[in-house]
Structures are given as structure tokens and as C-alpha cells.
Ligand binder design. Structure first.
Ligand SMILES: Nc1ncnc2c1ncn2[C@@H]1O[C@H](COP(=O)(O)OP(=O)(O)OP(=O)(O)O)[C@@H](O)[C@H]1O
Length: 308
């Protein structure tokens, strides 16, 4: 659905995006992660047909973004990091304006506007002026506008920036609904955990270069180089830590309250064997589970150059 080949953007004296490659299938949710100035916005703007690449190619749904921008615009919904909202319009008028810009048939527009307002939980604000909305509501209205022509692909540039924790949770729920609708989504952020629970793919960009990209789980295991097991024990935790240290696959053991955190190299068989060996050593296990690696950790490792 999205194909990027050696995409490059040069500004005077600065290469903002360096020969980027990326392939996304229909239904993929790609978390585009990087610090400020890394090149996320520049990349997204090239996909959105708003910036001309210096070289390289990009296709949305097999349509070339440079050769055929009009056809690309029909297929994408772009939500910029900073957007202008027309304050002195009512919510429905604002959406009607964009619906007509996308040449949606006049008779269909009221139904479509109600649909996107229901989806973004703004139906109760339909007749309010835009200026009366909170920041979170304005953000959702901007998303409603982005969805008005039912695009296959969504390009969302830091959509949760400037929102309080509650509004962040609400907008995340909305993204999950869009995922369930089968949209292909690129969503950028410099905050990693924000993306972790609904992206199936991630890419980390720094100074215009994609340092690492691919399936979330693969990247996690590649970068973590193993997994961490959390084992809750009844009884003396220090004795348990000592007993665990020498077992096969165990790289390191830490104690956290009444739990062991075990850095472990091994497959599921080895993991089950470890559990058995601990029981044979007389340890009383309350729970034995695999810890999720935090994406934030991965980001720090990759950007510190620990992974190629
Ligand atoms: N119009 C421009 N002219 C010159 N340099 C630019 C222009 N736009 C962006 N840049 C530079 O290109 C680099 C990439 O910027 P970009 O906005 O794509 O980064 P970003 O990853 O989106 O950052 P942020 O998280 O801060 O939005 C930065 O060094 C920026 O200063």
C-alpha cells in the first residue's frame, strides 16, 4: 500500500531525508519514531504530495506521488502536526467545507459528516463553533476532517502532541478503531510507548536515516538480544536469586521486591525447563512470565548506536 524507494530530500546545505526505503502492506500501522528534527515531517509531507523529493520514489496504492499527486490525494488523509482550524465556523460547516473540497456529492454530505462526528465522538458538538472546542476536541475534529473522504491511507504527524493524558487515551482508542477498519496508517511520534500497543511495525529515524525498521516484535527481540522473565517467589528472594544464577540460559538475575527479573537467552522449551529446574531446586513459584520489552529501551539502544 505504501512503497518508498531511496527517497531523499535536500534543503540548502542539509539532507533532511537520506535514501529512505520502506514497504507497508494494506492494514499495517507503522510507528514512525525519531527525535525532533529527524526527518519525520519531511518524509510524511513528501508522501502527502506537499513536498517534492530531491530524488527517489514513493508510491501510495501503486500511484506515484510525484507523477500523479491528485490521485494520491484521493487515497490519503493527512493530518499535520500543526493545523489551522477556522474558528468562526460551526463544526458541521467546517466538515462540509472539506467534504465539498473533496467533491463529495451534496446529498451524501450530511450522512458522511454525522458518520465522522460519531466516530470521533463529537456528534454532540455538531452545531458548536470550532473556537468553543477544547484542544483535544479540535484535534479530533482535525482527524474527522482527515477521514471525510474515507481514505485508504492515513498519514498522521504527531497527532497526540499537545494533548493531556486523558485526551491522549481517547485519541489512542480512536486509532484502534481506525486500525479495525483496515486503514493503512503511518503515525509519527517522538514518544515511543504512545505507539507501542497498536503499531504492528515501527521504524526509528535519526538525522534523516532509518536506523532500524520492521515488525515490532522482531525489532524488540533483535534489540533486546533475549528476554526478561519475571518470577514471583514465595520465601527468601536472595536464596532464590542465587539458585537461579547458575541455570542454563540465565545471563543475569536481579531482585525487585519479592520478584526475580531474569535476563534469559533461550526458546520456549528452555524457558519451560528453567521453570522445572527451579521447582526441582525447591523454589516455590507463584508466577512465571515473560516481560514485555519497552520500546523506549529499544529507542535508546538504537540511537546510541548499539544496534546496526
Ligand atoms: N523548509 C526547510 N528548509 C530548510 N531546512 C528544513 C526545512 N524543513 C525542515 N528542515 C530541516 O530538516 C530536518 C528535518 O526536519 P523535520 O521537520 O522533517 O523533522 P521531524 O522529525 O519531523 O522533527 P519534529 O519531531 O521536530 O517535527 C531538520 O533539521 C529541519 O531543520
Amino acid at each position: 500500500m505504501i512503497r518508498i524507494e531511496k527517497l531523499r530530500k535536500e534543503y540548502k546545505g542539509l539532507t533532511a531525508v537520506k535514501d529512505l526505503d520502506l514497504n507497508l502492506e494494506a492494514g499495517d500501522i507503522f510507528g514512525f519514531i525519531g527525535p525532533n528534527g529527524a526527518g519525520k515531517t519531511t518524509t510524511i509531507k513528501m508522501l502527502a504530495t506537499l513536498l517534492k523529493p530531491s530524488s527517489g520514489k514513493a508510491y501510495i496504492d501503486n500511484v506515484d506521488v510525484v507523477a500523479n499527486p491528485e490521485a494520491v490525494r484521493e487515497r490519503i488523509g493527512y493530518m499535520p502536526a500543526f493545523f489551522g482550524i477556522y474558528d468562526d465556523m460551526r463544526v458541521w460547516e467546517y466538515l462540509d467545507f472539506f467534504a465539498s473540497a473533496y467533491r463529495l456529492p451534496r446529498n451524501d454530505r450530511p450522512r458522511i459528516i454525522d458518520d465522522v462526528l460519531n466516530l470521533t465522538d463529537l456528534i454532540g458538538k455538531k452545531d458548536n463553533y470550532v473556537e468553543e472546542l477544547s484542544t483535544g476536541m479540535k484535534q479530533r475534529l482535525c482527524l474527522a476532517k482527515t477521514l471525510i473522504h474515507d481514505p485508504k491511507v492515513l498519514l498522521l504527524d504527531e497527532p497526540a502532541s499537545g494533548l493531556d493524558p486523558r485526551a491522549r487515551i481517547e485519541i489512542k482508542e480512536l486509532f484502534k478503531e481506525l486500525k479495525a477498519m483496515g486503514k493503512t496508517i503511518i503515525i509519527s511520534s517522538h514518544i515511543l510507548p504512545e505507539l507501542a500497543d497498536f503499531c504492528n511495525k515501527v521504524g526509528i529515524i535519526e538525522r534523516g536515516e532509518m536506523l532500524i525498521s520492521g515488525d515490532v516484535q522482531e525489532i524488540m527481540s533483535q534489540v533486546a538480544g533475549g528476554k526478561t522473565l519475571e518470577i514471583r517467589i514465595l520465601g527468601d528472594i536472595e536464596t532464590a536469586a542465587e539458585a537461579t544464577q547458575s541455570l542454563p540460559g540465565v545471563r543475569a538475575v536481579r531482585t525487585v521486591d519479592s520478584r526475580l527479573h531474569v535476563d534469559f537467552n533461550g526458546d520456549l522449551e528452555a524457558q519451560a525447563d528453567l521453570n522445572r529446574l527451579l521447582v526441582e531446586k525447591g523454589l516455590r513459584i507463584l508466577s512465571f512470565s515473560e516481560q514485555q520489552t519497552d520500546l523506549e529501551d529499544i529507542f535508546m539502544k538504537v540511537t546510541r548506536g548499539l544496534v546496526q
